[in-house]
Design a protein around this ligand. Structure first.
Ligand SMILES: C[S@@+](CC[C@H](N)C(=O)[O-])C[C@H]1O[C@@H](n2cnc3c(N)ncnc32)[C@H](O)[C@@H]1O
Length: 260
């Protein structure tokens, strides 16, 4: 079978097996990444690789790990988080006592914990609730553990490091239990499952870039519907929306879009 068709069949099999639709991700990068992984495991085509994935959980988790790309860090692009801390949160809290926030595609937890730390500048822990979701349960398990290498703390303000982290051995840091309790993690596929509604802020960063144009458009529409009027979508620093008005968004700040 020609290589292209073989990958098509693999995508169909993966969809039936996991409900993850690889066709909604940009093909060249995805095919390249997964072909390299398949080759590394010694399979010459995708059919036997898929059969092996079904039987071997380690192989399956390695596949999931490679297709999802879990790279994250606290306060990723720090000057964008200043907009959240200094403008957005105070504006919401002027109107309401509570703020409903979702970190969509939260990976290993750095992003929702960043949000919880920022909210704690204005609210006691008992009033902070952040929803955090990801397709990858391995990433969620690591998020719930809340232990990070010093590397991922490079942009955390020093005062926050001392307040919200406990140093462990080997340059590892544990996030405080108080911050952890603010975040509810759940497994969720953005491309297939329904969304909750009435959010003041949805943070979805560094995942939309992997999706096809069609999948992106559908996602922006779903995000727009999930926000309150006046609510804001915060995207990654390579993920500018080119015609925000088609999704009832106006630009709030660079990489922030406000639902009209
Ligand atoms: C590069 S990480 C981004 C983490 C964090 N948002 C940040 O910006 O640092 C991308 C995450 O998207 C998740 N992901 C990929 N496809 C997804 C989907 N269809 N639904 C939900 N999460 C998905 C991956 O599992 C991965 O954890």
């Amino acid at each position: 079978m020609a290589v292209g068709n073989e990958f098509d069949l693999f995508m169909e099999n993966i969809y039936k097996y996991t409900n993850i639709d690889l066709k909604k991700y940009k093909r060249p990068q995805m095919e390249r990444r997964l072909t390299a992984l398949r080759d590394k495991q010694g399979f010459q085509d995708f059919k036997p690789y898929f059969e092996a994935l079904q039987k071997d959980q380690n192989l399956f988790h390695e596949f999931l790990d490679r297709m999802t790309i879990n790279v994250s860090e606290f306060f990723r692009n720090p000057n964008r988080w200043e907009v959240v801390e200094q403008r957005l949160v105070p504006e919401v809290l002027k109107k309401n006592k509570k703020i409903k926030v979702w970190s969509a595609a939260c990976s290993t937890g750095e992003e929702p914990y960043t949000i919880a730390m920022i909210l704690n500048q204005y609210l006691p822990f008992s009033e902070i609730k952040v929803l955090a979701s990801d397709i990858d349960d391995g990433a969620i398990a690591r998020a719930k553990k809340g232990v990070y290498h010093q590397r991922s703390l490079q942009f955390v303000p020093p005062a926050y490091v001392s307040k919200y982290f406990k140093p462990l051995d080997n340059q590892q840091y544990a996030i405080s239990e108080d911050v952890k309790k603010c975040v509810t993690f759940k497994k969720h596929n953005l491309l297939e499952e329904p969304f909750e509604s009435d959010f003041d802020l949805i943070v979805c960063r560094n995942v939309i870039i992997y999706f096809t144009e069609q999948a992106k458009d559908l996602l922006y529409t779903k995000f727009s519907n999930a926000l309150k009027p006046g609510g804001v979508l915060f995207v990654g620093s390579t993920e500018q929306i080119f015609s925000p008005q088609s999704f009832r968004f106006a630009t709030y700040d660079t990489f922030f879009y406000q639902r009209q």
